[in-house]
Design a protein around this ligand. Structure first.
Ligand SMILES: [Zn+2]
Length: 435
């Protein structure tokens, strides 16, 4: 990462040299002179103060990340962590409120309040209540469920807001710092859906901070469906009722059929049997069995095909079980497939101002990143034609969604600088007069 610092300096000089020949302008209208505008943001002395703030406060950032991660935020119970983020955002001078969905919204008012740039990080984790979320530090690593996804993103919100505050930067467009609810699993992006609903007409760009790293930028929203198959039956005793139809048997038969469904490598399409529930005891024939399935694809058609395949397999599994049942007198099996969530797809245009801003930030920080397709909070704005990206907040992480999740903060300032420059690139910095 030392190499980065050196290159950063070289780039600063290069940008400054280019700018010496340019008229000093501030709050340049966004559509025109985009390159000049982006350069103006990165060579602004206040921007440099903000960029430098990160490196000088890394241990504070790491400690706040650990503290936020240790506040449990299971699905649909993000309230306690939301309160903690609210306090942090209020401490850096933002006007903070919680909306009806439970999102924390901190406003940094711009000279132009009619236009909004949103930077968001999700509050929720995939881990159920009761999971041990204590952070363990070992050498340069932090271990805890949720430490990277999304402890890293959440603390980046706070750090970027604080860096802008310390550098006394007033944006041209209003910037909203949002810690949102319901990104993971069955949350079904409800926090982002509510935000886009509220701000839709004024929303010019959305930057989603999710997880660690700086090597990618998600500009393509991966469409997905989450479904639950439920099979019910009469239930009974394992010995005396042997031979009646068993919902778990049917679910297993159906699942094996579904596993044999072929999916294309291109358009990339995947499925996951993620959760199985059912039964009351080892010596009872269950009266219910449930299976949760996640399907994803680059193609909407493939999603529909898989959704249909799951239904057909459930029907066939139930039929197989009914046919092999010796005793049908106590009742038959019923089945249904419910949709738990549906995430729309979408794509950022390659000539969008937001992507130009990210690319300029990459160049400035000597970072290189590749375009990715993923399922994130950015799905919602992208599906509605609103510019959005999702990026990592720097450092390195692994084991997301597992109890062995880890995060290494080394070099995280690069990710924070990249995100800050991207946001300022689309928000602009207000002129002195506008203050
Ligand atoms: Zn995440």
């Amino acid at each position: 990462m030392r190499k980065h610092a050196q290159q950063l300096f070289v780039n600063c000089v290069a940008v400054s040299v280019i700018l010496l020949g340019m008229p000093a302008r501030s709050a340049i209208p966004f559509a025109s002179g985009r390159a000049a505008h982006l350069a103006q943001v990165s060579q602004n002395p206040q921007t440099r103060t903000a960029l430098d703030w990160f490196k000088a406060h890394l241990s504070w950032i790491n400690d706040e990340q650990a503290r936020l991660t240790e506040i449990p935020a299971p699905p649909f119970a993000e309230g306690q962590r939301a309160e903690a983020v609210k306090v942090l955002l209020a401490a850096v001078g933002l006007e903070v409120h919680l909306d009806k969905a439970g999102n924390v919204i901190g406003e940094l008012r711009g000279a132009n309040e009619r236009e909004i740039i949103l930077i968001a990080a999700h509050l929720d984790t995939v881990f159920p209540a009761g999971t041990d979320v204590k952070v363990r530090r070992e050498k340069d690593r932090m271990y805890a469920p949720g430490i990277s996804d999304n402890g890293t993103g959440l603390v980046s919100l706070v750090a970027i807001a604080r860096a802008l505050h310390e550098a006394r930067i007033k944006p041209q467009r209003t910037v909203l710092f949002v810690a949102d609810v319901g990104e993971e699993g069955e949350g079904n992006l409800r926090g982002m859906r509510a935000l886009v609903d509220t701000y839709r007409d004024r929303l010019k760009a959305v930057v989603v901070m999710d997880g660690s790293g700086t090597e990618h930028v998600t500009t393509k929203a991966l469409a997905s469906r989450r479904m639950e198959a439920i099979i019910t039956g009469p239930g009974g005793h394992s010995w005396s009722d042997f031979g009646i139809p068993n919902p778990i048997n049917a679910l297993v038969r159906a699942s094996v059929r579904f596993l044999n469904t072929r999916v294309p490598a291109s358009p990339r399409t995947t499925f996951n049997l993620g959760q199985v529930e059912g039964g009351t005891s080892v010596n009872s024939i269950p009266h219910e069995a449930r299976l949760k399935v996640d399907v994803r694809s680059e193609s909407e058609d493939e999603l529909v095909r898989l959704e249909n395949a799951l239904r057909e397999c459930m029907a066939a599994g139930v039929r197989d079980e009914m046919e092999s049942a010796r005793d049908r007198s106590k009742g038959k099996l019923e089945w249904k497939v419910e949709t738990l969530g549906s995430r729309p797809g979408g794509e950022l245009s390659s000539d969008s101002p937001l992507l130009a801003s990210l690319r300029a930030a990459d160049e400035y920080t000597s970072n290189s990143s590749r375009i990715e397709r993923a399922s994130t909070d950015a799905n919602i704005p992208l599906s509605l034609g609103i510019d959005a990206i999702a990026i990592g907040a720097g450092g390195n992480g692994g084991g997301a969604h597992s109890l062995l999740e880890w995060y290494e903060p080394a070099g995280r300032e690069l990710g924070l600088q990249r995100a800050l420059l991207t946001v300022l690139g689309v928000s602009g910095i207000a002129s002195e007069k506008g203050k």
